[in-house]
Design a protein around this ligand. Structure first.
Ligand code: AMP
Length: 400
């Protein structure tokens, strides 16, 4: 008998952001119902889900009640306490399992898993006190980056240390808590591999995607990444070892540095669809979101290959700001200007408040080559605000 959870069933998502939203769109397209759970309301996921439950992740009774009403639980936000995943597991399968969350939500546990699995990471040291930090700095040298061990993402809870005398300031900046000091990697580029693993152990990946960050936040992803085929195969094998080593059922992203010497170092794991994989929504035969659905429901994985080269540009809340005569004011980006380029797809996450640094949406451009896709995505994003500055120049010139 099939162990699959079939269309018509209900999938529960812990978390309610844009990853859950795109997952829910993929799930509803295939005839599933979706419930979402988070402390917020009118959320990106809730807006497209059948049911939005608003409760704290610490409210284990609410988590149990939620899990009792769905056929399988997955998550789109990995900083859900392992206790919540455990509570849910008594009522419905949780995929990936809480143990995967437990490992990946703490940088020290994650790095020791990777090291034990023989997967290369940047030199690092565990730091629990300022004295340990100073000792670690003497060993690893500068520049280096101090990162909190728990609950960090998008560069939050990080401090760069350029000289040993910066140690006390960095220790304060990360909140004097358990942390990891990492040697600064002088990388040539950053890549990620988004991969899926089915209930039967089958494996699928979207190839290497190249990523560019601004202020520690992902800004632009391009696929295929411009790396040699042998290096890409190596990156995919690393991803395979990680998904197998953690016994993942679902989707996991491995972020890596390509060093100037052409070696791969794993930076971070995310046990869920990833921002760099958003371009698969439009450019792959099976998106990372559909793969997550298929994997957690015990269905066969779909073909993950890219149909065309693609690039994704994030749209942060800053795009809603423009300089007015009285300071920064809010202005809607010019959607029509970007959509005039027919190969550009617009994704907005339904967030009411655009704040600086907040991920509000993204644009994906498809083209004949990765370089052309990148240019088109950047041109489309620039078009969103071209009118803003133009208008102010006009105003200041007194034409209105
Ligand atoms: P993370 O939050 O660890 O994913 O870091 C966000 C971004 O900061 C990375 O994608 C890199 O661009 C940069 N970064 C993080 N760790 C390092 C490192 N050890 N060396 C150089 N850059 C880093």
């Amino acid at each position: 008998m099939s162990r699959a959870i079939l269309p018509g069933a209900t999938v529960g998502v812990l978390g309610s952001g844009q990853l859950g939203r795109m997952f829910a769109i993929a799930a509803r397209r295939m005839g599933y119902r979706v419930h979402t759970f988070s402390p917020d309301e009118d959320t990106p996921t809730g807006q497209v889900a059948d049911r939005e439950v608003q409760a704290s992740y610490d409210d284990l009774d609410a988590v149990r009640a939620f899990a009792g009403q769905v056929d399988v639980v997955t998550f789109e936000f990995e900083n859900v306490a392992a206790a919540a995943a455990e509570a849910a597991a008594a009522y419905a399968p949780v995929r990936p399992a809480g143990a995967v969350l437990h490992t990946t939500q703490n940088r020290l546990r994650e790095k020791s898993f990777l090291s034990r699995a023989g997967i290369p990471v940047a030199p690092y040291a565990e730091v629990r006190t300022l004295a340990e930090l100073e000792e670690a700095l003497a060993r690893l040298g500068t520049p280096s980056i101090l990162k909190t061990a728990g609950w960090g993402y998008d560069g939050k809870g990080q401090a760069r240390i350029d000289e040993p005398k910066d140690a006390p300031g960095a220790w304060e900046a990360v909140g004097r808590q358990e942390a990891v000091l990492e040697a600064f990697v002088d990388f040539e580029r950053e890549i990620s591999v988004v991969a899926a693993r089915g209930l039967d152990g089958s494996f699928g990946h979207h190839g290497a995607i190249e990523n560019r960050h601004e202020r520690h936040i992902l800004d632009l992803s391009v696929a295929p990444a411009g790396i040699a085929p042998a290096l890409e195969r190596e990156a995919v094998e690393i991803a395979r070892s990680v998904l197998e080593g953690l016994d993942v059922v679902g989707v996991l992203c491995v972020e890596m540095f390509v060093t100037r010497a052409g070696a791969l170092l794993v930076n971070e794991l995310a046990p869920r669809p990833h921002n760099s994989g958003h371009l698969t929504f439009d450019a792959a035969l099976t998106s990372q979101f559909e793969q997550q659905l298929r994997a957690v429901c015990g269905l066969p994985l779909g073909a993950p290959e890219l149909l065309r080269p693609a690039a994704m540009a994030n749209l942060l809340g800053d795009l809603w700001e423009r300089a007015g005569p009285a300071g920064i004011e809010r202005a809607e980006p010019d959607w029509e200007a970007a959509l005039r380029i027919p190969e550009v797809k617009l994704h907005l996450y339904g967030k009411a408040q655009p704040r600086a640094g907040r991920k509000m949406g993204h644009l994906t451009a498809l083209a004949a080559t990765p370089e052309a896709a990148r240019e088109t995505a950047l041109t489309a994003r620039a078009a969103l605000t071209a009118r803003h500055s133009g208008r102010w120049t006009a105003n200041q010139g007194g034409s209105q």
